[in-house]
Design a protein around this ligand. Structure first.
Ligand code: GDP
Length: 445
């Protein structure tokens, strides 16, 4: 998502490079380009207008800072404005003083509410909470079962209406769910509610009734980032009908233009709090407006990358490596392989590399990047003897030829891997000198 917006904005900024100062005509031309890029990405018109006016005014009054050249200044201004559009500061969940904290999910059918309930549940559990998911979507056949399945996968308890009692009343189920949470010592309740394919009065009333019955601390509006301009219209309807405290953007992994989703916070005045980026339970992030703005402007989202790397990298292995390292042992090919395998856990490597700064221009290359690269590295390292893995300097020509044959690769592949390993080893050694923790030595590619 946002890659074409990203490309357009990068191209605009590139046009400014090398300029000593910006004339009014330069600023106007740039703002025009930005405006067009935002409109083409489906950002809502009022948001675009406000954005463009603000950027123009600030760029002209050029808060001149000696450290930045004009192009960098414009990027900085656009970045700050984007952060503002996305809701400003990161907005964390508000927990109730008297548990349970109640989080109600609202949105159209298919927006991703049930999936989100599982993701939120797992994330809350990882944070040390004891969440309960409540199945108050009695509209869609299977929604209750779906929540039970998701809850099981997430390792989180689910409160569901007893089967066989007719359709049941969702408001009643929600109320009983919250009561059950209190009784069973759950400190957070996530209430999944019904959606329709479009906004209708009955659905809105039901959501408002559930809200009244459960007095939620948070009402999160889940919106499918793929639905384009309807996202803004729907958000407005939910804001009026149920009132919201925050927004969750789902399906950010899709390739829609995404601008409408970017507009939702600005139009509703409610911050984006979470992002859903896939069907898996782990495809979920706390939404940080500043990081998202950096990603869109191709300044990279190094912080999210580091967090994902930390999660993917097995803590025990990392500890083990750190201890051995501290006692003076060297970084070996086995360690290198372990790190590479860690990358596999990070979901798609392409997704990850997309968060690195300056990768926009490399997108084509990234598209051809292939996770099987890690399989190849694995095959080569596995064809080495323990001695060779520990002390690669013994790898003379004939050993390299044997390894190439054993792994089904060429000698050139083996040489390339060894070069890459040597770089990673050098980096690890310099980190030891600097006292830093070992990180990801030598990303592939
Ligand atoms: P609900 O009707 O709002 O409860 O929506 P669901 O949670 O049932 O999701 C509808 C469909 O979208 C399901 O097929 C989900 O697997 C899928 N889905 C949900 N979130 C995401 C996401 O972030 N990315 C992608 N690609 N699919 C998602």
């Amino acid at each position: 998502m946002f890659s074409s917006l990203s490309d357009r904005l990068s191209a605009t900024f590139k046009g400014l490079r090398g300029k000593g100062r910006l004339s009014e005509a330069d600023v106007d031309a740039t703002v025009r380009e930005i405006r067009r890029a935002l409109l083409d990405a489906d950002v809502a018109l009022p948001v675009v207008r406000q954005f463009a006016a603000s950027v123009r005014e600030r760029a002209l009054s050029a808060e001149v800072s000696g450290a930045l050249n004009p192009a960098q200044q414009v990027v900085k201004i656009v970045h700050e404005e984007l952060v503002g559009v996305l809701g400003g500061q990161t907005r964390r969940l508000r927990f109730a003083k008297n548990p349970p904290t109640v989080i109600m999910l609202a949105g159209l059918q298919g927006a991703g509410k049930t999936t989100l309930a599982g993701k939120l549940g797992r994330w809350l559990r990882e944070q040390g909470h004891a969440p309960l998911l409540v199945a108050a979507d009695l509209q869609r056949p299977n929604a209750v079962t779906q929540l039970q399945v998701v809850g099981e996968r997430a390792g989180v308890a689910v409160f569901a209406p007893e089967p066989g009692n007719g359709v049941g009343d969702p408001v009643d189920v929600a109320r009983r769910g919250v009561a059950a949470a209190r009784e069973r010592q759950h400190d957070v309740v996530v209430v999944d509610t019904a959606g329709r394919l479009g906004v209708d009065a009955e659905m809105m009333q039901q959501a408002a009734d559930i809200r009244a019955a459960t007095e939620p601390d948070e009402v999160l509006f889940v919106v499918d980032a793929m639905i384009g301009q309807d996202a803004v219209v729907t958000a407005q309807a939910f804001l009026d009908g149920v009132d919201l405290t925050g927004v969750v953007l789902s399906k950010l992994d899709g390739d829609a233009r995404g601008g409408a989703a970017l507009s939702v916070a600005s139009v509703t005045g409610r911050p984006v709090m979470f992002a859903s980026t896939g069907e898996g339970l782990g495809d979920f992030e706390v939404f940080h407006p500043d990081r998202m703005a950096s990603r869109i402007l191709d300044m990279g989202d190094v912080l999210t990358l580091i967090e994902q790397a930390e999660k993917a990298f097995d803590a025990e292995q990392a500890q083990d490596l750190a201890t051995r390292f501290a006692s003076g042992e060297d970084f070996t090919l086995d360690d290198f392989l372990t790190q590479m395998q860690g990358l596999r856990n990070m979901g798609s490597i392409k997704k990850m590399l997309g968060m690195l700064p300056g990768m926009g221009e490399l997108r084509e290359q990234l598209e051809s990047f292939d996770e099987r690269e890690i399989d190849r590295i694995e095959a080569i390292v596995r064809s080495m003897t323990p001695l060779e893995r520990r002390s690669p300097k013994v790898l003379n020509g004939s050993r390299r030829a044997r390894i190439a044959k054993g792994s089904g690769r060429t000698v050139t592949d083996v040489n390339q891997l060894l070069d890459r390993f040597a770089d990673a080893q050098k980096m690890m050694r310099s980190m030891r000198k600097g006292g830093g923790m070992p990180g990801l030595g030598g990303l592939p590619g």
